[in-house]
Design a protein around this ligand. Structure first.
Ligand code: PLP
Length: 480
């Protein structure tokens, strides 16, 4: 067989460099603590180090990998550092990375069952597993009227839930006629900004999102919600959607889903529960209380890509009535409204989210669940919660500091008593040192530091040393 000219990487070279990249990643994890957690580059610095034009001729793979080290790593903020306590975790793990690699290698598009049956069936199966793993209501399983799907992010899941709510409330006609400006959605003042984005994209309009006042634990006040719905109905609006949050981004507050659910049932509103980070805690039976009332939800999502060791992107989105979602997003009604789809015999996931194409994302989730097992996952989640609870105690024991919100799980919000300006300085000093990275929020108009424990390799010593540094830097600032 004569060899035709080719620029492709040979199978031999792929084996060789593939191993080199896996080695590189393993080495990276071994030395990740040596980097400043928060990248210290200036705006434009990384681009300025790159050649202005792309190469005319292909380059050696070695030199590409070298440039990662010299040109890219300085501009990386190390989310995989055990000293990363900012925002929320985006933790990854060996099995997740290898599942991701396999998905890239197979390179399938799973938009229809027929375009790669395993891509659809493994996803359905693993998402059904997760219903049991988290103790979610069985109605979210695929063998009833509901089912789960992997979305890229919680933002997309919320948008899909809102679109389905909008259509259900308007007899599946708002798509055809446009929103008439009367549909209204509700969430607490503490809900994630993705709700506002969804309301804008879905055409309800920002002015038709009602942000309901929070209580002193930063949870939505159900009686205020009920009143607002009454007022809106009286004014001629059409309430259609409520988003309750289990573990808000700002302070980890848990909305009263049971009370909210009862209101939604009485009023015929779609209830979506956003548990993007904290849902993972329900792997442990002792934390399942966070989901109380979830049996009244029409949809639910959580992100294994935050706190379940599964490489971004991976959000698990569940609906109780898949028909509402499919009717909303299906683009070829004649083709899709077949008996097989509606009975659950065949799922075409392209009608469960916004994009058409989809990767084989369930592989990494399957790898993670099989590698750790339920006990392994629970062990690490419990450990993270314990570490955060230790920190909360240390904060309470230091008379210069106070907790800024209850800390039910793995997020601790706290502040030094010297005021907003002092706390801002404290955070900036710590982050510029590169030793740890933490972020902030405002609670009742006061600045608060957020310390979130959830990185794969965070151990007791990391949290302990971080607290020591926080105390030391505070002391230096007090003196200056
Ligand atoms: C992180 C987070 C989000 C956004 O998650 P994405 O997957 O990045 O869209 C939404 N809601 C809550 C409660 C979160 O913690």
């Amino acid at each position: 067989m004569s060899e035709e000219k080719s620029f492709h990487m040979t199978s031999k070279a792929f084996r060789y460099y593939g191993r080199a990249v896996v080695d590189w990643i393993a080495d990276y994890f071994d030395r990740v603590e040596s980097f400043p957690v928060l990248s210290q580059v200036k705006p434009g610095q990384i681009r300025a180090s790159l050649p202005p034009a792309p190469p005319l001729e292909g380059e050696r793979f070695e030199s590409i990998l070298e440039d990662v080290e010299t040109g890219i790593i300085p501009g990386v903020t190390h989310w995989q550092s055990p000293n990363f306590f900012a925002f929320f975790p985006a933790n990854t793990s060996g099995p997740a990375i290898l599942g991701e690699l396999l998905s890239a290698g197979l390179g399938v598009q799973g938009m229809l069952w027929a375009t790669s049956p395993a891509c659809t069936e493994l996803e359905t199966h693993v998402l059904d597993w997760l219903v049991d793993m988290l103790g979610l209501p069985p109605k979210f399983k695929s063998d009833g009227t509901g089912g789960g799907v992997i979305q890229d992010t919680a933002s997309s899941a919320t948008l899909c839930a809102l679109l389905a709510a909008r259509e259900r409330a308007s007899n599946y006609e708002s798509n055809n006629r446009g929103c008439d400006g009367r549909l209204v959605a509700y969430a607490s003042t503490q809900a994630h900004s993705s709700i506002e984005k969804a309301v804008k994209i879905a055409g309800l309009g920002r002015q038709n999102l009602r942000l309901i006042e929070e209580d002193d634990r930063f949870a939505l006040r159900a009686e205020v919600l009920a009143n607002q719905i009454q007022q809106d109905r009286a004014a001629g609006f059409i309430p259609c959607f409520v988003c309750a949050t289990v573990g808000t981004t700002s302070s980890n507050a848990i909305d009263p889903v049971t009370e909210i659910g009862q209101i939604c049932r009485e009023q015929g509103l779609w209830l979506h529960v956003d548990a993007a980070m904290s849902g993972t805690a329900a792997l442990c039976p002792e934390y399942r209380y966070i989901h109380a009332g979830i049996d009244m939800a029409d949809s639910y999502c959580f992100n294994p890509h935050k706190w379940m060791f599964t490489t971004f992107d991976c959000d698990c989105f569940y609906v109780a009535e898949r028909e509402a979602l499919i009717n909303t997003l299906s683009v070829l009604p004649e083709y899709l409204r077949n008996k097989a789809s509606e009975s659950g015999a065949v799922i075409d996931y392209r009608d469960w989210h916004i994009p058409l194409g989809r990767r084989f994302r369930s592989l990494k989730l399957w790898f993670v669940i099989r590698h750790y097992g339920m006990e392994g996952l629970r062990y690490h989640i419990r450990k993270h919660v314990d570490l955060a609870q230790n920190l909360a105690k240390w904060v309470e024991d230091d008379h210069r500091f106070e907790l800024a919100a209850p800390a039910p799980l793995n997020l601790v919000c706290f502040r030094h008593l010297a005021g907003d300006e002092f706390n801002r300085k404290l955070m900036d000093h710590l982050n510029r040192s590169g030793e740890i990275y933490l972020t902030h929020t405002t609670l009742k108009e006061r600045f608060a530091l957020r310390f979130c424990v959830g990185q794969t390799h965070t151990e007791k010593r990391h949290v302990y040393q971080a607290w020591k540094r926080i105390q030391e830097v505070a002391l230096e600032l007090e003196k200056s």
